[in-house]
Ligand binder design. Structure first.
Ligand code: PLP
Length: 393
């Protein structure tokens, strides 16, 4: 057998490997606290589940239009109007099986040998993986701890070349929890005027998860970018629907046809019942979103304060999402070793910063989508583990 060379370029998401190892240890009877996986520990709200059940009983069993049923695309537009204050036509929405699919489509649409794609590093690992798979060259945008994991807009603009096709942004971000401030986005967008050949993919899947009254700055708020802007969002995080596989993107008019063709070639359409659930999520009560974000906020403070109280660990207060990204360089261990020892010796699943790119060395990602109790126990175990590891002899 001879498989295509590009398969060697395809990476993976370590979170799934850590989850498998954590589950294997748990099956052996070990008490593992999982702060590795990036999904809300809440159930999908009941009215959303019921809408899916009703759709099945009502006979919605067939294919739907490839970009999604019109009712869902209209619900997305209403949501964009009320949550981001922007008017978008349902013709520009393409519904896909999860946020990741938009990422894959956008990168494959622009990436090929000779092209360059800018992406955040440390960042969601699939960006770099699919850029390489497409044949394009990944060009990292370093996210800087001293800027609360935002970036220097001037440096990003300087790294644009005639070969740059796509610029990927993610705010609030995985794995850092960083949120890009409005001034930085303003500066970047103003500078992009000089580079009209560069398209932008803005991954806004954590848009509803910001803290301390911080606004979410959507790239949709910049009309001058619209003709070259793809905004990725979905239901996975906001409505605790990771397993439903439901996401969408706002595409520029000129790219909708290409995105739809990719959908037809790949998955035809998203399963119909999930799409009806998606309408119920957007049109129904939003209390569950607020409750979940309030719970995350409380855990955020507990975990960040707890991490900062441990010798050798320093953690910025994240502005969004549900991740803390402490600097662990003073422990004397690298990210991969500390991840592995915390799991095997202390029973805490975390993810090494290097799983999110080379600029993640010296950091660990903690997902605080877990109970306050478990977070507290994990912090105690980590503190004990590090004090023993630091003890002479
Ligand atoms: C930044 C970011 N974008 C996209 C996704 C993908 O979301 P989905 O599960 O809807 O494919 C994730 C999931 O972890 C993410 O962290």
């Amino acid at each position: 057998m001879q498989i295509a060379h590009r398969m060697a370029e395809l990476g993976t998401e370590t979170a799934f490997e850590v989850l498998a190892r954590a589950e294997a240890l748990a099956r052996e009877g070990r008490d593992i606290i999982n702060l590795g996986i990036g999904q809300p520990d809440f159930k999908t709200p009941r009215h959303i589940v019921e809408a899916a059940v009703k759709a099945l009983h009502d006979g919605h069993h067939g294919y739907t239009p490839a970009p999604g049923i019109l009712g869902l695309r209209e619900a997305v537009c209403r949501d964009l109007e009320s949550n981001r204050g922007v008017t978008v036509s349902p013709e520009c929405i393409v519904v896909v099986p999860g946020g990741k699919v938009t990422m894959f489509f956008a990168i494959m649409m622009f990436g090929e040998a000779g092209a360059e794609i800018l992406y955040p590093n440390p960042g969601f690992p699939i960006y770099e993986s699919v850029i390489k798979f497409s044949g394009a060259t990944p060009v990292p945008i370093p996210l800087l701890e001293e800027r609360d994991f935002s970036f220097d807009a001037a440096a990003v603009l300087d790294s644009i070349t005639p070969r740059t096709r796509l610029l990927i942004l993610n705010s609030p971000a995985n794995p850092t929890g960083g949120a890009i401030p409005r001034e930085t986005i303003d500066e970047l967008v103003a500078g992009l005027d000089r580079h009209p050949h560069v398209a932008v993919l803005s991954d806004e899947i954590y848009a509803r998860m910001t803290y301390d009254g911080r606004e979410h700055v959507s790239l949709l708020g910049y009309p001058q970018l619209r003709r070259r802007l793809i905004v990725l969002d979905g239901w996975s995080k906001t409505y605790a629907m990771t397993g439903w596989r439901l996401g969408y993107a706002v595409w520029p008019e000129s790219l909708v046809e290409g995105a739809t063709r990719l959908a037809i070639n790949c998955h035809s359409c998203v399963n119909a019942a999930a799409q009806y659930a998606g309408i119920a999520a957007l049109d129904g009560p939003q209390d569950s979103v607020g409750e979940m974000v309030r719970a995350f906020d409380e855990r955020r403070r507990v975990i960040v304060n707890g991490l900062n109280a441990i010798d050798g660990v320093g953690c910025r207060m994240p502005g969004g999402a549900f991740y803390a990204f402490p600097n662990i360089t003073a422990t004397g261990m690298n990210a991969r070793d500390l991840q592995s020892r915390l799991l095997e010796e202390a029973g805490i699943a975390t993810i090494a910063g290097t799983s999110f790119g080379a600029y993640g060395e010296g950091y660990l990602r903690f997902s605080y989508a877990n109970s306050i109790d478990n977070i507290g126990r994990a912090l105690e175990r980590m503190s004990e583990f590090l004090s023993k590891a630091a003890a002479p002899g």
